[in-house]
Structure formats: structure tokens, C-alpha cells
Design a protein around this ligand. Structure first.
Ligand code: MSP
Length: 753
């Protein structure tokens, strides 16, 4: 059983490399975005981290001193609210989810050099120093502000009160406070000049255009502190303010290098690795990275990063994979069934970097079987087995080349020359496509020369010479392919390296083997390792296995909620869990919304997506004596309960999170007779709920009414809209609902016990 608990987490950063006089070209600093800890990691998060890992591995194998940073973004209103809902402190909550991220990255074999958490002391110290520096240099002033804030994006947005966020469509909140402001307006011209002088600063082109047009449309000063929330880093000298979460988060890229520390080793590390060579980010956070971040740095007198590159979104069922849409797939599922290399290959080969890409289990299995099992894997197996069969496992002497060998050698040399630049351009898909042409060509060369078949007219010696020439040449082509593909398929490449008698690929990487990669590295007489399968063909049921792993996870949570079990929030699998700590209570698990969302919840991309916290109504709830008015239109009516229900324990009851909420907005859903769309306020957050009460309640009369909702149900989508919770109502004989309410005054968010 997968276990998750609130506990303490510590950060383990490696010792920094010592500063030396190497030029900036011989070191490379790259970063992933730091992930919010309001939900467990899904494939969308794994995507950026895997891309960075591939880049870091290639850089290291080229002999470039590389520093690869990832981490978690742990402050802000969103996390504060998620923790409150989970009944944890924000610190406990953050520690638990940060452990999930880090555990998953380790399990996937990702080679980050440092994992920063924004709740660490080293980070807080650096953020406060950055704030103080900005203030000392005259770029911060105090003012009062009323504006709309999108909690989900942790961003100020320029919309009318009550209007949705233009980026994510979720309801914004009006915030009126005394804040500190950053003079962003002073950087409009400077930023445009900077973009002009550094065309390589941001990409792809669509991101560059968007950012430039945003800056050209005029920059307003930015509110960079909050007084109404406490989960953040205090403003130095004015502790009732906490620093805006994006200023806090962006600073991770320098605090992780030691910015703000008095320690000489930290300072040396900062000197050595800053400016970053690349921040790899998701396209929706370009504005923060390409506008705010360089402006903060310029204001602080620090050089901006060299480049920011935005990846597109991973879509599932045509919508951005995200917990709030209920369409996530977890990396663990793919890892469990096909392995980490298969996931890496698929993500880098299938999705042209910078574009959105659809994830589907079918496409994944097709790629796996076509390119890995039948392609590269089969080629390696044929050659290694034949070297064992015909040459006792010792690499033969190639002898005199014919035209066929010269052609394969030329193609291999072309592949070496082409792969690097394509990879550097982040054109992973094309680089792999070209390399797989070489896989196919090597395969074709083998088949055309058929070293396993001796025609009657060929004498024995001549046949042996042909076998030696063909197998030595094919093995050499495989060696080069394996070296090039190592950053993308590290596990498979390590196996092939051993089979070719080359030893440990990790050692070769330390020896900068990619830097000197040329034809002819496989010496005659090298003892090959034992053949071992690389990519066993995926059986027909691989897709169903992955789907059922996802569904099982979903079910585990829902069933446990009604059966009083502790549950496993991790993959439904027999393999070791990601974070082996202690048992988890269902409330803790529920708080990780990512758990309850899978491909089983259909997603309608053509309809607007509205809210963040959306919970499905499990069937067992719909048939309870408390009716479920939110049953979707067209769904079978809740069966009337005739038999006495079994007793439940108090522990079972407390798992249902019943809360007082107030209806802010109520309106009919077009083309759905029974449905009302409600926006309700829980005091600690606002949500959208769809309720099947339209035939019994006039929407206008509901506004302002206090009701009871089940706050911890899994999300559900109806008519393309997400519903996050369920209203409680008595069910009359004719099925008419009567909403539960109170005679006394009750505060919003109060829990019913
Ligand atoms: N905490 C901020 C980033 C701060 S960086 C200083 C944040 N966190 S996030 O968890 O919401 O997103 C982290 C990254 O994951 C973003 O780059 C985002 O684009 C990426 N992804 C989340 N879902 C994704 C997909 N479905 N597809 C691809 N990337 C996605 O934003």
C-alpha cells in the first residue's frame, strides 16, 4: 500500500562544485519551474522535468559542468487553502507533497543536482535580501490597492470584480489592501531594449511575440506583498506583509545557488552558475519569467537569465492535463507498465517541443512497440546475439570495407553531426526522428547482407569475413546510436553499453564520451556482455493495464471514503511506493486533488472550464437517504433506499467533509432543464457547484442563502462544466429536494460534525 503522511522533509543539496576560472561556456545552469504543492505530480509536471533531465545528461556527457535545479513552490494562498481543507498546517502539507514530487523524480531516475523548497531557510534568506535590495535601490514603494486576484494562478488580473480570470477562467477575488509595489512601469523600455539586444532570450517565437506585445501594451506597477494572507515570507522590517508568491518563487533560481548567503562557498557557486543558461517553463508562465523576472533582476543589479524556453501543454482528451479538469495521467502508471525510458522517449519524440501535444495510451504503446521494441531493441538484440553465436561474444575485426559499410559509416557520421545541433535547438522530436532513420538503415544493412545465411557458392572463409565485417559495422553503428540516445533512454543505453562490452555508460559520461564521439570506437577483441532484453514487446493489454491502474487509483480513494479504510494515494501497483512513510487518512488523500482525477472523467474541451476544485458525486452517495440533487441530467435517478443501511462508525462519518457555504451566484445551465450553476463561498475559498435543483428552486431566490455542502467529493464534469461539491438536501416523496439550512447565524466554512 502506498503511504503518505504529514512529516518533516529536509532538503539535500549536493556540495557545490568549486568555483574555478572556467569560461561560462563550460558550465551550464538549467532549471525547471518549481511546482506548486497543492496537488500531487502528474505527467504534465513530469514533462518539463524529463526534458531538463535529458538536456542535463547530454551536457554532462559533453563535458560541460552542469547544474540542474528543480524544486517546489510552497507559499501562497492556494497552498494555505489546500492545507486548511486537509486539516494540516501549510508546512506539513507542503512537506508531504514536496516529498511526492521528489520521490517521483527519484523513481524516474531524474538527475537533478539540487531540489529547492521555498520554505527552506536558505530560500527565505535570499528572498528577503532580494526584497531589501529592490527597496534600497528605490524600486519599491507602499500604496493601497483594490484589484482582482486569481488564486489558482496566484496572479493579479485586470478584470472587473466578479469576472473570471482571463487565463484560466476561474472566479477572481476582489482584494483591497495596503501593499508594497514594485516599479514595473520603469522597465517597459528597458525590457524591450533587452529583448531586442538578446533575440535568443525567449522562445519559441509565439512566446516571444506574446511577451513583447504584452510589454508594449504598457506595464503597470506590480503589487508584491499581501497582508491578508500569512503563509509566505515576511517583508523584512514590516512583518505583517508577506512577499508576493511569484517574487518569492522566481527568486528560487538564485537562492538555490546561494544568493543571500554570507558563506564563501555559496557565493562562489552563485558567481559560477549565474546567469542561468535556461529556465525551462510551461507556456502559461512566460509573463512571469520573461517580464517580471528580468525586471526584478535588472532592478536588483543582477544579470537576467540567458534564456527562457516555454514548453507546450500535455493534453489528455484534448484538454490541458490538470487536476482541476479531472483529466490527469500519472507518470507512475506509464513507469509501472512500460518503464521510464518509454515515457521519456514518447514525450520527446511525439511532441515537437514548444507545441501542445496529446497524450494517449494507444499512441504511447504504438510508439513503444514500433520504435523501441521492434526498432532499436530488436536491432541490438539481433547484433549482440549474432556476435555471441558466431564469434563467441568477442567483437570481430571489421576487415576491408565495401561500399555498403562506407555508406553506413557516412550515415552514422552525418547522424553525429546533425543530432547535436537539433538537440541544442530543443528539437528533440526531429533529432530522434533522424536517429531512427539510422536505426532503420542499420537494420536494412543487416538484412541486405544477411550474415546468418551462407549461400552455397560462398566459401567458409569468405562467409566468416562477411559476418565479421557486417557485425562489427552494425555494432559500431549501434554504439554511436546508443551514445547519442543516452540522454533520452538512459536505462536502455546503459544496458546496451554493457552488452557491447563498453562498461558503465555513467562512467563514459563522466569521461565526456559525447564530446569525442566518432566512428570506430568499438575495438576488435572487445568482450561483449550477455544479451538481455531491452524493450519486451508490449502485449495487447498494456493500454488496458494502464487505464485500469489509473481507474484503480481513482476507485481506491472513493471506496476508502465509504469503507473507512486508509488508502494508497500512489499507483495501484505492487512495486515500491514513492514515499515510504506512514499511513494516510482519507482526508489527507482527498486534499491531493490529483488523486481523484483520471481518464475516466470525460473531458469536453469545446466547453468552457470554470473552476478549480471540482468533485464528482460517487454513486454510493447519490443513493443515500440524503439525496444528491447534483446528479447529472440524464443520469439514472437515485434509487430509493428501502433496506436499512448498515451501521457506520464515527470514523466513517468524519470522512465526509460537510461545510457551511453561501450561494453567491445561481443561474440556469443552458439546455439543461434540471441544472443550476452555483458559485458558493466557503469563507476560505470559492467554488462552482452544479446542482440538479432547477425545477424546484428559482435561481434568483437562492442568492445569499446559506447551505450545507459536501466539500470533499471527487470532481465531476456535467455539460462541460466542472462541479466541485454537492449540496445537501432532504429528498421528499416525489423526489423534490429541500435544501438543508440553519436557524442560527453560522460562519462560512464551519464544519458540520
Ligand atoms: N509554481 C509555479 C511556477 C513557479 S516557477 C518560478 C507553477 N507551478 S505549477 O505546478 O502550476 O506548474 C509547474 C509547471 O508544470 C508549469 O511549467 C506548467 O506549465 C507545467 N505543467 C502543468 N500542467 C501541464 C501540462 N498539462 N502540460 C505541460 N506542462 C504542464 O506554475
Amino acid at each position: 500500500m502506498k503511504i503518505l503522511a504529514c512529516g518533516t522533509g529536509e532538503s539535500k543539496s549536493k556540495d557545490p562544485p568549486m568555483a574555478d576560472s572556467t569560461s561560462s561556456l563550460s558550465r551550464y545552469y538549467l532549471t525547471t519551474p518549481i511546482y506548486y504543492v497543492n496537488a500531487r505530480p502528474h505527467l504534465g509536471h513530469a514533462y518539463s522535468t524529463i526534458v531538463c533531465d535529458a538536456i542535463a545528461r547530454r551536457k554532462r556527457a559533453l563535458g560541460v559542468e552542469t547544474w540542474f535545479l528543480t524544486g517546489t513552490d510552497e507559499h501562497g494562498q492556494k497552498i494555505e487553502r489546500s492545507a486548511k481543507q486537509a486539516g494540516c498546517t501549510p508546512q506539513e502539507f507542503a512537506t508531504r507533497i514536496a516529498g511526492e514530487f521528489r520521490g517521483l523524480w527519484d523513481r524516474l531516475g531524474l538527475t537533478y543536482d539540487d531540489f529547492i523548497r521555498t520554505t527552506e531557510e536558505r530560500h527565505k534568506r535570499g528572498v528577503q535580501k532580494l526584497f531589501a535590495t529592490l527597496r534600497d535601490r528605490g524600486f519599491i514603494y507602499k500604496g493601497s490597492y483594490t484589484g482582482q486576484y486569481c488564486v489558482s494562478d496566484e496572479a493579479w488580473v485586470d478584470v472587473a470584480p466578479g469576472a473570471p480570470c482571463p487565463d484560466c477562467g476561474r472566479i477572481t477575488e476582489t482584494v483591497s489592501e495596503e501593499n508594497y509595489f514594485f516599479k514595473l512601469s520603469a522597465f517597459e523600455r528597458k525590457l524591450l531594449e533587452f529583448y531586442e539586444a538578446h533575440p535568443e532570450f525567449m522562445g519559441p517565437e509565439s512566446t516571444r511575440r506574446e511577451v513583447i506585445s504584452f510589454v508594449r501594451s504598457g506595464l503597470k506597477d506590480l503589487s508584491i506583498s499581501r497582508t491578508s494572507i500569512s503563509w509566505g515570507i515576511p517583508v523584512p522590517g514590516d512583518e505583517k506583509h508577506v512577499i508576493y508568491v511569484w517574487l518569492d518563487a522566481l527568486a528560487n533560481y538564485i537562492t538555490a545557488l546561494g544568493y543571500g548567503s554570507d558563506d564563501a562557498a555559496d557565493q562562489a557557486k552563485f558567481q559560477k552558475f549565474w546567469p542561468a543558461d535556461m529556465h525551462l517553463i510551461g507556456k502559461e508562465i512566460s509573463r512571469f519569467h520573461c517580464v517580471y523576472w528580468p525586471a526584478f533582476l535588472m532592478a536588483a543589479g543582477i544579470e537576467p537569465p540567458r534564456s527562457v524556453r516555454a514548453n507546450g501543454w500535455l493534453l489528455f482528451d484534448q484538454g490541458k492535463m490538470s487536476k482541476s479538469r479531472g483529466n490527469i495521467v500519472r507518470a507512475e502508471t506509464v513507469h509501472e507498465v512500460l518503464g521510464a525510458d518509454a515515457l521519456r522517449y514518447f514525450l520527446l519524440r511525439e511532441i515537437p517541443f514548444g507545441q501542445d501535444g496529446n497524450f494517449s495510451f494507444d499512441a504511447l504503446v504504438q510508439r513503444y512497440n514500433g520504435d523501441l521494441a521492434n526498432g532499436y531493441g530488436n536491432l541490438v538484440s539481433r547484433v549482440v546475439n549474432m556476435v555471441h553465436k558466431y564469434f563467441g561474444g568477442v567483437a570481430p575485426e571489421a576487415g576491408t570495407q565495401t561500399q555498403a559499410e562506407a555508406a553506413l559509416r557516412a550515415s552514422t557520421e552525418n547522424a553525429i553531426a546533425a543530432f547535436g545541433p537539433q538537440f541544442e535547438e530543443l528539437n528533440f522530436s526531429e533529432s530522434l526522428k533522424s536517429l531512427w532513420l539510422l536505426v532503420a538503415e542499420t537494420d536494412g544493412y543487416l538484412t541486405a547482407n544477411a550474415p546468418w545465411k551462407k549461400p552455397a557458392e560462398r566459401d567458409e572463409n569468405e562467409h566468416q569475413r562477411l559476418q565479421a565485417r557486417v557485425l562489427a559495422t552494425a555494432a559500431e553503428a549501434i554504439r554511436v546510436i546508443t551514445a547519442l540516445v543516452y540522454p533520452i533512454l538512459p536505462d536502455a543505453a546503459a544496458k546496451v553499453w554493457r552488452q557491447l562490452g563498453q562498461g558503465e555508460i555513467a562512467d563514459a559520461s563522466k569521461q565526456r564520451f559525447l564530446k569525442d564521439l566518432t566512428w570506430g570506437g568499438l575495438r576488435a577483441g572487445t568482450k561483449f556482455g550477455e544479451p538481455a532484453p531491452l524493450f519486451p514487446r508490449a502485449e495487447k493489454d498494456a493500454v488496458e493495464r494502464m487505464q485500469s491502474l489509473e481507474e484503480q487509483n481513482n476507485r481506491t480513494v472513493i471506496e476508502a471514503a465509504s469503507e473507512g479504510e486508509t488508502v494508497s494515494p500512489g499507483p495501484a501497483t505492487a512495486s515500491p511506493s514513492v514515499v515510504p512513510t506512514t499511513t494516510t487518512r482519507i482526508e489527507d488523500v482527498r486534499a491531493n486533488e490529483g488523486l481523484t482525477q483520471t481518464s475516466v472523467v470525460p473531458h469536453d474541451a469545446s466547453k468552457p472550464q470554470e473552476t478549480a476544485h471540482v468533485h464528482a458525486v460517487p454513486a454510493e452517495m447519490a443513493s443515500s437517504r440524503l439525496s444528491a440533487p447534483a446528479a447529472p441530467e440524464g443520469a439514472p435517478a437515485a434509487s430509493s433506499v428501502t433496506s436499512e443501511p448498515a451501521h457506520i462508525s464515527i470514523d466513517d462519518f468524519v470522512k465526509v467533509d460537510l461545510r457551511v457555504a453561501q450561494i453567491l451566484v445561481a443561474e440556469r445551465v443552458p439546455k439543461a432543464d434540471k441544472l443550476l450553476r452555483l458559485e458558493v463561498d466557503l469563507g476560505y475559498e470559492k467554488r462552482q457547484i452544479l446542482a440538479g435543483i432547477a425545477q424546484h428552486y428559482e435561481p434568483e431566490k437562492l442568492i445569499g442563502r446559506k447551505i450545507v455542502i459536501v466539500a470533499n467529493l471527487a470532481p465531476r464534469k456535467m455539460r462541460g462544466l466542472e462541479s466541485n461539491g454537492m449540496l445537501l438536501a432532504a429528498s421528499l416523496e416525489d423526489g423534490a429536494p429541500v435544501l438543508a439550512g440553519f436557524l442560527e447565524e453560522v460562519p462560512l466554512g464551519a464544519r458540520l460534525k
